[in-house]
Design a protein around this ligand. Structure first.
Ligand SMILES: C[S@@+](CC[C@H](N)C(=O)[O-])C[C@H]1O[C@@H](n2cnc3c(N)ncnc32)[C@H](O)[C@@H]1O
Length: 277
């Protein structure tokens, strides 16, 4: 059994309007799989019935639950490894090398999912901070999934999530066990602030960023959406700041004001010098 064509069209169009997530044709199965649990939870016999209810103005079905169900939140600690090596070996020395007016680094993990990326940066910073006396680092982690933001604020991870990127040494240093889960330590949590932010809508006032991580989310957006997003990133990034993208993503086809740096396998970019003055 599959969902009706009008159910698919409604979810595809409304999801695109709200999140810019672009569902290609033939993704009926995805909508059905992702929304069937929500349909059951709301007492509907199937996804068509859930969406019929959603379409009624003032419906009891909450759109944010649909967004939570439809987003792909795949992530892991120290995902792809290389960006974190580049951060440790190149980016932090570069950002702290000049004579700064303040000794604070602002980092944004945009599309943070359940927080593994933000906490990976916080772990690395904690391990390196003796090399940067007097410096502080603050991480803003944002997403459109309320579920994911709650998970990030909780900072509690399963054994499997830990096994996918946290070494034994890091586990001992940054986590403690609570029941059958691993809880991130409080002194790391205080570096990370989780907030709702939709990348395609107007952004709230944000501090100028030294580093922006927008990894593994561009893949869901069409080209004009990516171009608009990069124009906004340019404004929020400090002139000497760095942009990190996912392994399968590239700034070069989106915005020619960025250049790839540090032989980073395509993960790290900076604004070309002619655009920073
Ligand atoms: C595949 S995860 C990537 C997580 C992390 N950046 C990483 O690379 O491991 C994509 C995330 O993007 C979020 N997302 C999708 N559309 C978004 C939008 N319009 N604004 C903000 N976040 C969005 C999803 O909720 C999801 O958590």
């Amino acid at each position: 059994m599959t969902i009706r064509p009008d159910t698919f069209a409604y979810i595809r169009d409304a999801l695109h309007r709200r999140t810019a997530i672009h569902l290609t044709e033939n993704k009926e199965y995805l909508v059905e799989t992702r929304l069937s649990m929500l349909a059951r939870r709301n007492g509907h016999r199937n996804v068509d019935a859930l969406v019929d209810q959603l379409r009624i103005p003032g419906s009891s079905v909450q759109w944010h639950e649909v967004v939570d169900a439809m987003t792909t939140n795949e992530t892991s600690f120290f995902r792809d490894v290389t960006p974190f090596d580049v951060l440790r070996d190149k980016v932090l020395p570069a950002l702290t090398g000049n004579t700064p007016t303040t000794k604070k680094l602002h980092v944004w993990s945009a599309a943070s999912a359940s927080g593994q990326e933000a906490y990976s940066i916080a772990m690395l910073w904690d391990e390196l901070r003796d090399q940067y006396p007097g410096w502080d680092l603050e991480i803003l982690a944002t997403d459109i999934s309320h579920n994911m933001l709650e998970r990030g604020r909780d900072g509690s991870y399963s054994e499997l999530e830990i096994l996918r990127g946290v070494s034994g040494r890091r586990l001992g240093r940054h986590f403690h066990r609570v029941g059958d889960r691993w809880q991130i330590n409080q002194d790391l949590k205080k570096h990370v602030d989780f907030q709702y932010l939709n990348l395609i809508h107007a952004w709230p006032t944000l501090p100028k960023m030294d580093m922006v991580f927008i990894r593994n989310v561009l893949v869901y957006f069409d080209h004009p959406t990516k171009c608009n997003l990069f124009a906004k990133v340019r404004k929020i990034l400090k002139p000497n700041g760095f942009l990190f993208l996912g392994g399968a993503e590239s700034a070069l086809t989106i915005d020619d004001q960025f250049e790839r740096v540090f032989d980073s396998g395509g993960s790290c970019y900076r604004l070309k010098s002619e655009y920073t003055t």
